[in-house]
Every structure is written in structure tokens, then in C-alpha cells.
Design a binder for this molecule. Structure first.
Ligand SMILES: [Zn+2]
Ligand SMILES: [Zn+2]
Length: 123
């Protein structure tokens, strides 16, 4: 029961959350509800949820993974200055459909654009 509760709490934190939090950021939010939970437990649950396809795991060089409740295919833009990860509109779903029709099995995708976001450039 306790494990199910942890899993639900983690999914609730991520649900509708477009900030692409790291395991540590999820951990900080979860601790308000489940004070005795460990970072390792949060990390393990996030890994499992990603394996089950319920969330996306985004990996970047030289930094911890980020987690995304939006499991539809989409591109990301990562700002070099503030580190914020933006969701991008894309026609990538069409690419996946085309690959499927050619007999490819698409398991996931990862494409990230880098640079400085609009709000950082006006500072
Ligand atoms: Zn920025
Ligand atoms: Zn995203």
C-alpha cells in the first residue's frame, strides 16, 4: 500500500507539470506529503514510471535527468542561461506515423534545441 501511495504522489506532482523537474525537484515537492520518503525511492519510481511509458525521461549531458508527464512525441528547447526546458510544437508525430507505415517500431525520441530563451535575452 505504501509503495502505491508513493507512486501516486509522484504521478500527482508530475501531472500537468510542464517544468520538466529533476528527481531532486520532485523529491522536494513529495517530502511535503511523505516526509520520510528517500531520494533513492523517488528516483527508482521515476525510472520505473518512465520504463512503463507513463512519463518521459529526458537526459542531457553533464546534468541529472528531467521528467516530463507529456508522453506524446515532442521536441524540447533548453535555455543555456536559465536551464529552463520548453516544450516545442512539432510535426514529429507525422514522422513517427510515416516510420510505422514503413515497418519501423518507434520506441521513443529525443531531440533538444539549445540556446538562450527570450526572457533571458531581455535581462
Ligand atoms: Zn532562459
Ligand atoms: Zn516536454
Amino acid at each position: 500500500m505504501y509503495r502505491t501511495k508513493q507512486r501516486h504522489a509522484i504521478l500527482a506532482v508530475l501531472s500537468g507539470n510542464s517544468s520538466h523537474p529533476t528527481a531532486e525537484q520532485v523529491y522536494c515537492r513529495i517530502r511535503r506529503q511523505i516526509p520520510h520518503i528517500s531520494l533513492a525511492t523517488v528516483y527508482r519510481n521515476l525510472k520505473r514510471l518512465a520504463e512503463e511509458g507513463l512519463i518521459l525521461e529526458l537526459s542531457f549531458p553533464d546534468e541529472p535527468n528531467h521528467y516530463d508527464p507529456c508522453t506524446e512525441l515532442h521536441y524540447h528547447f533548453r535555455c543555456d542561461l536559465c536551464g529552463w526546458i520548453y516544450d516545442l510544437e512539432s510535426s514529429q508525430v507525422q514522422i513517427a506515423h510515416r516510420l510505422s507505415s514503413q515497418g519501423f517500431s518507434v520506441r521513443g525520441q529525443q531531440a533538444v534545441f539549445y540556446g538562450a530563451c527570450a526572457s533571458c535575452q531581455t535581462k
